[in-house]
Design a protein around this ligand. Structure first.
Ligand code: DC
Length: 224
C-alpha cells in the first residue's frame, strides 16, 4: 500500500497546504486570508490569477474565442499578486480585475484547459517557493493539491452569496450581481476541464449563518 504524504518542498520536506474551494461569495477569500494569518502561512487567491489572464487578454486585444491565443497570453503574462495589489505585465490591475468587464469574461478564460495547466504549474511552484500556503479557488483540492493537509469546500445560500458580492461592488445593484453570479457559477460548475466540485475528502462548511472566526476556528481544530 502506498501512503501519499502530501506536497513536498525543494529539500523533500513536507509542506503545509490548505486548499479552500467553493463558489463565488461562499467566504473563501476572507476565510483563507484569516486562516493564513493564524497559521503564519502565505495566502494565494487563485481566482485573481484567472482574472489577471482575462485582463491581460483584453489589454492585448486578444479575441476571447481564440483559445490558443489566450493560452499564449497565460504563458507569457507577468502576474504579481500580493496582499494589496495585482500587477499584470507591469500595469496595476488591482481594481480592474474586479470590474464588470473582467468578471464577465473570466469564466470563458478559466474554461480553457491550456490556461488551467499553465496556472496550475504556477500555483504549485508558488507553494514550493513559500514553503506551503493557504490557496483558494475552484479546483485546489481536486486538481492542484489533491494531497493537501486539509481540503475545505465552502458553500452558502445563493441569496447570501449575492448579498456579499453586492456589498463589494457598489456600482451594481443586487439583481445584476445575483444574475451574474448565477451565470458564472453555472459556467464554472459545468465546464469540461476541472469544474468546481467538492473533493470527496474535503470538509464541507455552509457559511450562510457563520462568522468568519467560527469557520476559521473549525478549520484550525480540524488541522489539530
Ligand atoms: O474567485 P473568483 O470569483 O475571483 O474567480 C474568478 C473566476 O476564475 C471564477 O469564475 C472561476 C475561475 N477560477 C477557476 O476556474 N479556478 C480557480 N482555481 C480559481 C478561479
Amino acid at each position: 500500500m502506498s501512503i501519499d504524504a502530501g506536497p513536498v518542498g525543494e529539500t523533500g520536506e513536507l509542506l503545509r497546504v490548505v486548499a479552500i474551494d467553493g463558489p463565488a461569495g461562499s467566504g473563501k477569500s476572507t476565510v483563507a486570508r484569516r486562516l493564513a494569518e493564524r497559521l503564519g502561512l502565505e495566502y494565494l487567491d487563485t481566482g485573481a490569477m484567472y482574472r489577471s489572464v482575462a485582463f491581460a487578454a483584453m489589454a492585448r486585444e486578444v479575441d476571447l474565442a481564440d483559445s490558443d491565443a489566450i493560452v499564449e497570453v497565460a504563458r507569457t503574462s507577468d502576474i504579481h499578486i500580493d496582499d494589496t495589489s495585482v500587477i499584470v505585465d507591469g500595469v496595476d490591475a488591482t481594481t480592474q480585475i474586479r470590474g464588470p468587464e473582467v468578471t464577465r469574461s473570466v469564466s470563458t478564460v478559466a474554461a480553457i484547459s491550456g490556461v488551467r495547466e499553465v496556472l496550475r504549474v504556477r500555483q504549485q511552484a508558488w507553494v514550493v517557493e513559500r514553503g506551503g500556503g493557504v490557496l483558494e479557488g475552484r479546483d485546489i483540492g481536486t486538481v492542484v493539491f489533491p494531497d493537501a493537509e486539509l481540503k475545505v469546500y465552502l458553500s452558502a445560500s445563493a441569496a447570501v452569496r449575492a448579498e456579499r458580492r453586492a456589498g463589494e461592488v457598489s456600482a451594481l445593484d443586487y439583481e445584476t450581481v445575483a444574475a451574474d453570479l448565477a451565470a458564472r457559477d453555472a459556467a464554472d460548475s459545468s465546464r469540461q476541464h476541472d469544474p468546481l466540485t467538492q473533493a470527496p475528502d474535503a470538509v464541507h462548511i455552509d457559511t450562510t449563518d457563520l462568522t468568519v472566526d467560527e469557520v476559521v476556528d473549525e478549520l484550525i481544530a480540524r488541522l489539530g
